[in-house]
Design a protein around this ligand. Structure first.
Ligand code: DNO
Length: 352
């Protein structure tokens, strides 16, 4: 697996120089953040990002994400035009040598939490989700600070969009996803680009909005509807694993020939549909990180993997979940597991 790290570009307080010093760091996962959702990413901008990363001894291996415009998710009239733009972005990425694209199909809100710096016992802090508290929040009141609401996801008129979603149920949203895929996957095939849908985080409906990429059953349905191998997934342990009802081993079985990108994150279940993010260690969270990595390796899955969110430790402040220190510890933990499980002769060969 190719150890990778998410980097938010030149505004990220975590620098490429910092990231390069994490042992065995090979890949950078990034995006072009200043282009509004729905517009074409110019080839030149992609090349500039790619070359900047290469100049630091790593490679831009995954785009996370090319956002899908709400009009596509809602199946509105403008979707065909927006899908054409998306195709053009896929072509431009491919021409620049970038062959894996992560995206999601979550209505309006990307990943959602109730608290961005909830204390943990050890004095650090991390992101937390509590269904009982979320239920009392009106997303229109502005009370919610959304960690995943990048510029690219912002909408001018939240209320109008939330209202429009009242008419879209899970089946309709799924149909809109399939419509989108039926149009873009042929281009991904031509361009040799792997599309990797990120699960809904958390994997259940929030604020009355439909959510559809939630577990093994949903993936079976997705692959049946669009069988192309370019229609794949981001296997995000923390998103699927936020629900204690999801069996991550079953999800690997269902998706094993279509896992193109791995997000490794641990979470501790704190109640029904409630959890807090922890270090990557199996001793801290509810997920069997060692067993999961072992299964991925056994299945021959050799794709970019990144430590997902980290806690804020050692006084670090910054983008929630995306500081340097705990993600670096996570990468090192994951590398330890991977190196132990991998064929030692192969590792020897690589190092000599
Ligand atoms: C959160 C991330 C998500 C992810 C998108 C993918 O930390 O995993 O925001 O980037 O959902 O499209």
């Amino acid at each position: 697996m190719e150890m990778s790290f998410r980097w938010y570009g030149n505004d990220d307080p975590v620098t490429l120089e910092n990231i390069r010093q994490i042992p065995q760091m090979k890949g950078i996962v990034s995006a072009i953040y200043d282009i509004p959702a729905g517009e074409v990413w110019p080839y030149e901008d992609i090349v500039e990002l790619r070359d900047q990363i290469s100049a630091h001894g790593m490679r831009l291996n995954v785009i996370e994400s090319v956002p899908v415009h709400e009009d596509i998710k809602m199946g509105r009239n403008r979707r065909d035009e927006l899908i054409e733009n998306y195709k053009e972005t896929i072509r431009n990425l491919s021409r620049a040598g970038i062959k894996t694209v992560c995206y999601n199909f979550m209505p309006v809100f990307d990943w959602t939490r109730i608290e961005l710096d909830a204390p943990l016992e050890d004095g650090s802090n991390s992101l937390k989700y509590d269904e009982t508290l979320i239920k009392d929040i009106d997303p229109l009141s502005g009370e919610l600070t959304l960690p995943g609401w990048d510029l690219s996801y912002q909408t001018d008129d939240l209320k109008e969009i939330m209202d429009a979603y009242q008419k879209i149920d899970e089946n309709q949203l799924f149909e809109n996803l399939i419509y989108f895929l039926e149009h873009i996957i042929p281009v991904a095939e031509e361009e040799d680009v792997l599309m990797a849908i990120h699960p809904d985080d958390p994997p259940w409906s929030i604020f009355g909005l439909p959510r559809i990429i939630t577990g093994a059953e949903a993936l079976r349905k997705l692959f049946k509807a669009v069988p192309s191998k370019n229609n794949g997934i981001t296997f995000c342990t923390g998103s699927y694993g936020a629900s204690s009802e999801n069996d991550l081993f079953e999800i690997i079985d269902v998706a094993k020939d279509r896992i193109y990108f791995v997000h490794a994150r641990n979470v501790k279940w704190t109640g029904e549909r409630s959890f807090q993010e922890t270090s990557h260690s199996i001793h801290d969270g509810s997920l069997d990180m060692v067993g999961i990595i072992e299964k991925l390796i056994k299945e021959g899955i050799n794709v970019p993997i990144r430590p997902d969110h980290g806690r804020m430790i050692w006084g670090e402040t910054g983008r929630p979940g995306y500081g340097l220190y705990d993600r670096a510890l996570g990468a090192t933990y994951l590398n330890g597991i991977i190196d132990t499980l991998r064929n030692q002769d192969e590792i020897q060969e690589e190092t000599t």
